[in-house]
Design a protein around this ligand. Structure first.
Ligand code: SIN
Length: 304
């Protein structure tokens, strides 16, 4: 048995390591660095009904121990994805997770209607209720539990594909939207997306990113993500995919102990394109050294 194999509900992954949406596009660029088939999966860039150019002006700012992004969901649109990128992702011999974004309730429903006919090529839909960089939809829906439940229930009626709901950490109580997602029929939740932040250019006294605010990611956010995974794992019956600041195999192990069944690695690949490969190899070594199957770690946290 492959010691790295994990399940996220009905989805079996050969490793818990998935590359996070927006940090691997559709896999083409990173596939020049290593064979992506070692991974558990790839989550596509967030897709919308129509192509989007993304936000104007400067869209990233470096921060201590992380970065701020305000990309604004730049993507070629779902039709282009289906025609030109989906078969490529499927050919990579790894899990295909399609990240679905939208500006309204109807957008999400239309996106799922478009993708459902391609269910043989898709392992899960990751419903992005958490991008902080657009004015409508995404985070504004994901921070309101009643809207989370409404949208997930509607999508549940439209597809049998596994629905993974990606939640925003920009809320007081993360268990409220997580429980709402579960009640709506979600198969898993993914947390966390980025923390809303701002940087200021002290010479111009203007925000560094032209959208004024952006989403903060990188190693500094990991303790927030670990806390939220641990809180949710104590109240949910569905699996959790942990995300937020993972840089090393030890970070993956920490997320799994907190309650994650799998993880997403994001900003690390922007720093070291081969991060997914190194983390996977180090996890293999850990399993060998400790004679352990990785899945046995999930939810083994003992609180004081
Ligand atoms: C973006 O495109 O602005 C980031 C996407 C996200 O945070 O989901």
């Amino acid at each position: 048995m492959n010691p790295l194999e994990v399940n996220v509900g009905s989805v079996t992954l050969k490793s818990p390591v998935i590359l996070a949406s927006g940090t691997c596009n559709f896999g083409r660029e990173l596939s020049e660095y290593y064979d992506l088939s070692v991974l558990g999966g790839l989550s596509s860039k967030g897709l919308t009904i129509k192509p989007r150019q993304g936000n104007e002006g400067c869209r990233v700012a470096e921060c201590a121990s992380g970065m701020l992004n305000s990309v604004g969901l730049q993507n070629p649109g779902v039709d282009y994805f289906i025609e030109h990128e989906l078969d490529y992702m499927r050919s990579l011999d790894t899990g295909v997770i399609v990240n679905v974004a939208g500006h309204s309730f109807e957008d999400y429903c239309d996106m799922v209607r478009k993708l459902d006919p391609y269910r043989e090529k898709i392992d899960a839909l990751e419903i992005n209720l958490s991008c902080p960089n657009v004015k409508e939809g995404c985070m504004s829906i994901g921070s309101e539990p009643s809207q989370v439940k409404r949208i997930v229930s509607a999508l549940r009626e439209l597809t049998d594909l596994p629905l993974w709901i990606k939640l925003t950490p920009n809320v007081t109580d993360i268990t409220a939207p997580a429980k709402a997602a579960q009640e709506g029929g979600a198969d898993a939740i993914v947390l966390i997306n980025t923390l809303l932040g701002m940087r200021i250019n002290i010479k111009t006294r203007r925000p560094v990113v032209q959208n004024n605010t952006g989403g903060y990611s990188g190693p500094a956010v990991m303790p927030v993500a670990i806390r939220m995974v641990s809180e949710c794992s104590r109240v949910l019956d569905i699996p959790i995919v942990g995300c937020g600041g993972i840089m090393t195999a030890e970070d993956v192990i920490e997320f799994m102990i907190a309650g994650a069944s799998a993880v997403e690695v994001g900003t690390a690949s922007l720093i070291h394109p081969e991060a997914g490969l190194k983390i996977t190899n180090d996890l293999k070594q850990y399993c060998e050294d400790n004679n352990i199957e990785l899945r046995s770690l999930t939810g083994t946290l003992e609180l004081w």
